[in-house]
Write a protein that binds this ligand. Structure first.
Ligand SMILES: [Zn+2]
Length: 208
């Protein structure tokens, strides 16, 4: 099972990526990968609205193209949108021109400035090419919602035990993660709301 927190040594060794937004303020950056889809994303948006929370959605281009109304709702409600390739390709198994083609096809629908690679997988050549246009965002806390061995209680624990001010937390608005996400997200929002945290969209345009 993937660890809930990315070790700082890994973050330090891979400086081309955004792992966390350094701050002492009580703010968390929730992110939702792999949507938008009608079965899950509107529910996530309802939960975020209920909690007064903003987040960032790393959308698969194919899903965004199939669900333009949901993508428009994400933007209208003040959330961030990032790209996650057209068809969820794995960088280290895909040649650079094919990979960049998938991003180019997708980014016109999703985002031309913010990108998260599926599986966190990129070659150095892909990193170099993407960094010309995109801030590449990974995460420091992995909720594990997509993992069938992680139930909602464990998912909540993974987030609450590891998130700190400025953490970027990964969830998935996908069918695979749906049951765990529906159990965990309201509790995570409630926990940090009570602790005086704000939830914000990633400030990709203003961080260095
Ligand atoms: Zn993904």
């Amino acid at each position: 099972m993937a660890p809930a927190r990315v070790p700082r040594i890994v973050q330090w060794l891979l400086p081309g990526f955004t792992w966390r937004i350094p701050t002492k303020e009580r703010v968390l950056y929730l992110t939702f990968d792999d949507g938008p889809i009608p079965e899950v994303t509107p529910w996530v948006l309802d939960e975020l609205a209920h909690a007064g929370a903003k987040a960032t959605f790393f959308c698969i281009g194919r899903n965004g193209a199939a669900n333009p109304g949901i993508l428009a709702r994400i933007r209208a409600e003040g959330h961030g949108v990032g790209d996650h390739t057209w068809d969820h390709v794995r960088g280290r198994r895909t040649d650079t021109s094919t990979y960049l083609g998938s991003v180019a096809r997708s980014s016109g629908i999703t985002s031309r400035s913010l990108f998260r690679p599926p599986y966190g997988s990129l070659t150095m050549a892909q990193v170099r090419a993407l960094r010309r246009s995109f801030r590449i965002v990974l995460w420091d806390v992995l909720s594990g919602d997509y993992d069938p061995r992680v139930d909602a209680a464990e998912c909540i624990r993974r987030v609450i035990d590891h998130a700190r001010p400025g953490s970027i937390v990964v969830f998935h608005d996908s069918l695979k993660a749906e049951a765990t996400l529906r159990g965990a997200l309201p509790k995570v929002l409630e926990h940090y709301g009570r602790a005086g945290y704000r939830f914000e969209a990633l400030p990709f345009a203003t961080v260095g």
